[in-house]
Design a protein around this ligand. Structure first.
Ligand SMILES: [Zn+2]
Length: 463
């Protein structure tokens, strides 16, 4: 409002004729070859431009229309690029980039119990989390992720680093039944989660959350207490859910029911829950998830690498559940590239259904943008380029040999583009990367710190 008044006052002072309306002053305009809005009509504006004022998108239109209506403090010329909403990673463990490639080619339970949990017990600290999150943030900014959902320890360190890097995130303090690096008991973990939530409740970039690790790593009381914290503070509750057949077998043996029905019996589910994986789900389970408006995160690369199975994505899409896409931690992927996640989501669905029309490029792009926003229950703020939403967007170069020629930008984004093709990353109206130069993190220092820490990890786990 203030900027409109200033613009009008300036126009009056200069005696500009009424026939030539004053241009509104905005902070940033991005002019691109093609704008993929991901709005309800899935409108594509080519060529297109996006006007941004402070943290919000003001208008999307042709470059001429935007130039006629706005004058901007900063303009990013991206005429050869495709502009699209920043990608939303609905499930990761940011600091686990420090365990990238440490233990591969193992089943989930072996991988967790023989390698990851012991490595975490020896090496997770506030410092490790800080250094790991910086590295993860660098990778995410460089590959076009603007929002991520995280479950880990020392989540307040992850929050501080996320804000420093300028990314948006839903950050879940992990609750686990055994002694964790940041909490001796689940009660300590729950108290830590509450402190974390109170500290970051009103942050503009970070949504604090509580993250009970899984139903097989927490008892009934801890799961109930976690859900209770979610309700009391009105924050998300993140959990690993129905990831393996082992988990389903355990639920059947111990609780005489499915993972979904067990959590339903605890009153765990609600519109603030985000369940990662959701692979082994019956039709009755799906009805529960839909009725409770649970957000789901599909992690095709992690699921394939750990041979956990394939989530019934086609069924989920047909049922209209809130489904997003995730990479999972870098120890089970092994990167945070959401372009690859989109491609693998499409390929895996085609492969398991034996139907080449399953999860087409358009649907995969939806999963990584509007779908992720819905799964995080943030669809009013992010996921598409529309006036009033937060200015979270990226520009992607389409000039690589591997992207030539380009008949359909959506096809290329999903089937031919890599994270390295991202040129510009903007979150909350702030330019985090321009022409592949990250502005909020010192790239060399981040990588040097990670390598220094990796030497300690190597020593601790005897690799
Ligand atoms: Zn995970």
């Amino acid at each position: 409002m203030k900027s409109i008044l200033v613009a009008v006052a300036a126009a009056v002072a200069l005696g500009v004729a009424a026939a030539q309306p004053a241009r509104r002053s905005v902070t940033l305009v991005v002019v691109g070859g093609t704008v993929i809005t991901q709005n309800a009509a899935r409108q594509i504006v080519s060529p297109g431009a996006v006007a941004i004022d402070a943290s919000d998108i003001v208008e999307v239109g042709t470059p001429e229309a935007i130039a006629a209506r706005y004058r901007s403090l900063e303009t990013i010329e991206a005429r050869d690029d495709v502009i699209l909403p920043g990608l939303i990673n609905t499930h990761t463990h940011a600091p686990m980039v420090m365990y990238r490639g440490l233990a591969d080619d193992l089943a989930l339970m072996d991988w967790l119990q023989k390698y990851i949990f012991p490595a975490e017990a020896k090496t997770v600290s506030a410092e490790m989390v800080r250094i790991g999150t910086k590295l993860a943030a660098l990778e995410m900014i460089e590959s076009g992720t603007t929002t991520f959902a995280d479950m880990y320890y020392f989540e307040e360190e992850i929050a501080k680093t996320t804000v420093e890097a300028g990314l948006r995130a839903v950050l879940g303090q992990t609750i686990i039944q055994f002694s964790a690096p940041d909490a001796k008991t689940p009660a300590d973990g729950l108290a830590r989660a509450e402190r974390f939530i109170r500290e970051f409740k009103d942050n503009g970039l970070v949504v604090p959350a509580v993250a009970p690790h899984a139903l097989y790593t927490n008892d009934r009381a801890t799961l109930v207490a976690s859900a209770e914290i979610g309700r009391r503070y009105g924050v998300p509750v993140l959990i690993h859910f129905a990831e393996t057949e082992d988990e389903v077998r355990l639920a059947r043996e111990q609780f005489k029911t499915t993972p979904a029905a067990y959590l339903e019996s605890l009153g765990f589910w609600g519109p603030n829950t985000l369940a990662a994986h959701a692979i082994w789900v019956t039709d009755d389970d799906l009805a529960i998830l839909k009725r409770r408006d649970v957000g789901l995160s599909h992690n095709p690369e992690s699921n394939m690498k750990l041979a956990s199975g394939a989530a019934p994505v086609v069924k989920y899409l047909a049922a209209g559940v809130a489904l997003g896409l995730g990479t999972d931690g870098a120890a089970s992927n092994n990167d945070l590239d959401m372009f690859e996640a989109m491609r693998q989501a499409s390929f895996l669905a085609k492969h398991v259904t034996k139907d080449p029309t399953a999860v087409p490029a358009r649907a995969a792009l939806d999963l990584a943008t509007v779908g992720g926003a819905r799964a995080l229950h943030m669809e009013r703020l992010i996921g598409s380029l529309e006036p009033g939403k937060r200015a979270d967007l990226i520009t992607v170069s389409m000039r690589a040999a591997r992207q030539t020629p380009m008949y359909d930008p959506v096809s290329h984004l999903v089937f031919a583009t890599h994270g390295d093709d991202v040129r510009t990353t903007i979150v909350n109206g702030k330019v985090l990367m321009k022409n592949r130069q990250v502005r909020t993190l010192n790239r060399e220092a981040v990588i040097a710190d990670a390598n220094r820490l990796a030497a300690k990890v190597r020593e601790a786990v005897g690799r």
